[in-house]
Each structure stands twice: as structure tokens, then as C-alpha cells.
Design a protein around this ligand. Structure first.
Ligand SMILES: [Zn+2]
Length: 175
């Protein structure tokens, strides 16, 4: 993977049947909604059948989420399983014709630049479907969570205080 986050897949595309493995790591620095504790790391396997480019992989990372009940920070492992296929046009150059194989993705978002995969774009798409929707801390929805209990007491005794905290958080987020 080069500095622009492009993974050139020509070796797989121009040699159908040849399986390539790539070790990869990304920090997705343009992703504002994700609080990563470790880079997203994993392995991607690429092989072309001649008509299809098959990508398979597994990625994992640690990230911090907010408990949906008590808003306490919780660290969780995100796992991404990748299994994608993309149509290929043209004849692989290793067959000795003047032609060469080109990947022709039909996704509504850009995943390739020519025959190079935009790694972060693929990982982002995988994250959208794999992030926990409502992460909860170890107390779950029903456990006797001290944070959640404190929150209830706080909001009963000092109705203005919780609002103040919310406002303060908003202001801090905005800076
Ligand atoms: Zn909680």
C-alpha cells in the first residue's frame, strides 16, 4: 500500500489464479465519528478468476464507544470481515495479447483508482455495517450501573445540572 492508501492489484489482475496476500494497517484519520485506540489492521487476499476479482480479508481494531445507557466510555474490538467481488474486463496481460485486465466496479461509491484499491474507502464501507449500533457497558441495559444511577439522581436533584453538562459538552465538541 502506498502513501495515498492505494493498493495496486495488477499482479493479481494480470495473473488470474495467482493469490496475493497483503498485510495492511490504517488509522482512517478522516473518520471523525470513530475513536480508534489502535490502527485497523488485517490481511487482504486478492485473486482474479479472469472475470472476477475476489477480495477476502479480516481486519480488527480497538475503539472507544459511548455506552448508549449511561454514556460511559467503553472500549470494544471491531471486527471486519471482507468478502467482495468485482467484475473484470479485458484479457490479462500475462496471456500475451495486447490487452490487459481492468477492474470495473459497479458500486455507487468510488473504491478503485484504475486497478488500485482505495483501501480506506473499502474499510469505511465495511465499518458502516459492522459498528455496534447501541453499545452498552458491562452493566448492559438492566444491570445496576452506578453511572446510570448517578445520572438519575443528578437529574432528579438538580434538574439544571444535566442540561448544563449537555451544553458544556456541546460547546467543547464545537471547539
Ligand atoms: Zn452503561
Amino acid at each position: 500500500m502506498n502513501r495515498a492508501g492505494l493498493l495496486d492489484l495488477n499482479e493479481a489482475l494480470q495473473h488470474p489464479g495467482r493469490t496475493l496476500w497483503y498485510e495492511m494497517s490504517t488509522e482512517l484519520d478522516q473518520e471523525e465519528d470513530l475513536d480508534l485506540v489502535s490502527p485497523i489492521e488485517g490481511t487482504l487476499e486478492a485473486v482474479s478468476t479472469g472475470n472476477l476479482l475476489l477480495l477476502k480479508g479480516h481486519f480488527a481494531a480497538r475503539a472507544v464507544f459511548e455506552c448508549s445507557r449511561c454514556t460511559a466510555p467503553i472500549e470494544q474490538t471491531i471486527e471486519l470481515d471482507i468478502e467482495e467481488q468485482f467484475p473484470v474486463e479485458g484479457v490479462a496481460s500475462s496471456y500475451g495479447t495486447q490487452d490487459f485486465a481492468r477492474v470495473v466496479p459497479d458500486e455507487p461509491y468510488q473504491l478503485f483508482e484504475g486497478n488500485a484499491l482505495i483501501v480506506d474507502a473499502l474499510i469505511r464501507q465495511m465499518l458502516i455495517v459492522n459498528l455496534p449500533l447501541q453499545p452498552v457497558c458491562e452493566y448492559g441495559w438492566d444491570g445496576d450501573c452506578p453511572e446510570a444511577r448517578e445520572r438519575i439522581i443528578e437529574s432528579q436533584n438538580e434538574p439544571g445540572r444535566l442540561e448544563f453538562h449537555r451544553l458544556k459538552n456541546l460547546l467543547e465538541e464545537g471547539t
